[in-house]
Design a protein around this ligand. Structure first.
Ligand code: IPM
Ligand code: MN
Length: 358
């Protein structure tokens, strides 16, 4: 098969880890006989520096014309000035909106080999396997916002808005995922306080009752969920929630496996290219040192092949290769503890090697 990918390395460690993602794609192409066309474009801080826009029109056009997009990371202290005209993050929000990527899938699975790096005890966290489905193009991130003068200085506001349709489509997607997993769906909201949450609860319940009566369904308030995630993470299978709650809960959950460097994410819409990325940030402190962990990006490549092109055997092959490399003891600095560590490039070599050996 012939497929077209856009690579968006972005800022910080982005270029180093996306380079490893590219090598894995080349490895898959050669092992499975595909032709992958890949082009690189700018997003985030580097795009602001080059042309004053965190998401240049040419980048967006290339993404639209692709099968899928692999992103490294955006942002860094250089572009953090709150008074700046634009920020790298604006590029990320815009690409999500423009490509209609309303669902953000963040699988959080513990790797047995690494569980002891978790800040939680093994007996609590071991066996955790949660798929978060975060709504990504609505809510307070995209609602009306503004400022006006106030007697004390200024007043500022951000509005959380949701429509029935926005809730239905993401709940449906999460419910379908739950059906393919362990059949459990948890919807997280703040319906005891927020009107937008009350609509979530009503719409979600209706979708599940009428279309997915086979699922085990429950609702949890977001503050309680923050607690349950660290006290009984094994209780959850698929968790669906609105944009801001999902942002916060997935960062919390990313600590469970003890290694941020292994968590990929997929942002998808109802049609068109999806966006795949590691969930960690641009880590400017270690950028350019060839020590970043490329595994989350490599696993994002697996998600990309699975979700955008239905290449399940190819995705399995990548995940197996990563598993084998970890089992064999290869560790980048972030997951090495006090043991020896290898570089970004060496980790890429090892996964590629495992992949090509099959
Ligand atoms: C994420 C990030 C983004 C978000 C930022 C960088 C805009 O934190 O992908 O979770 O808040 O969505
Ligand atoms: Mn976040």
């Amino acid at each position: 098969m012939h497929a077209k990918f856009v690579l968006l390395p972005g800022d910080g460690i982005g270029p180093e880890i996306v380079t490893q993602g590219r090598r894995i794609l080349e490895g898959i192409a050669s092992r499975f006989g595909h032709t992958f066309e890949m082009s690189e474009h700018m997003i985030g801080g580097c795009a602001i520096d080059a042309c004053g826009d965190p998401l240049p029109e040419s980048t967006l056009a290339a993404c639209r014309a692709s099968h899928a997009v692999l992103l490294g990371a955006v942002g860094g202290p250089k572009w953090d000035d709150p008074k700046a005209k634009t920020r790298p993050e604006a590029g990320l929000l815009k690409i999500r909106k423009e490509l209609g990527l309303f669902a953000n899938l963040r699988p959080t699975k513990t790797w047995d080999e690494l569980v002891d790096a978790s800040p939680l005890r093994r007996d609590i966290v071991s066996g955790t396997d949660i798929l978060f489905v975060r709504e990504l193009t609505g809510g307070i991130y995209f609602g009306e916002s503004g400022r006006k003068p106030h007697a004390s200085g200024e007043e500022a506001w951000n509005v959380m808005t949701y429509t029935t349709g926005e809730i239905e489509r993401v709940v449906r997607l999460a419910a379908e995922a739950a059906r393919r997993r362990r059949g459990k769906l948890t919807m997280v909201d703040k319906a005891n306080v927020l009107e937008a949450s009350r609509l979530w609860r009503q719409v979600s319940e209706k979708v599940v009752k009428t279309e997915f009566p086979d699922l085990q369904y429950n609702v949890v308030l977001v503050d309680a969920m923050a607690m349950h995630l660290i006290s009984k993470p094994r209780d959850f299978d698929v968790v669906v929630t609105e944009n801001l709650f999902g942002d916060i809960l997935t960062d919390e959950a990313s600590m469970l496996p003890g290694s941020l460097g292994l968590l990929p994410s997929a942002s998808i819409g109802s049609s068109g290219p999806g966006l795949f990325e590691p969930i960690h940030g641009s880590a400017p402190d270690i950028a350019g040192k060839n020590i970043a962990n490329p595994l989350a990006t490599i696993l994002a490549v697996a998600m990309m092949l699975r979700y955008s092109l239905n290449m399940n055997a190819e995705a399995d092959a990548i995940e197996t290769a990563v598993n084998n490399v970890l089992k064999a003891g290869a560790r980048t600095k972030d997951i090495a503890g006090n043991g020896p560590s290898i570089s970004t490039t060496e980790m890429g070599d090892k996964v590629l090697d495992a992949l090509l050996k099959g």
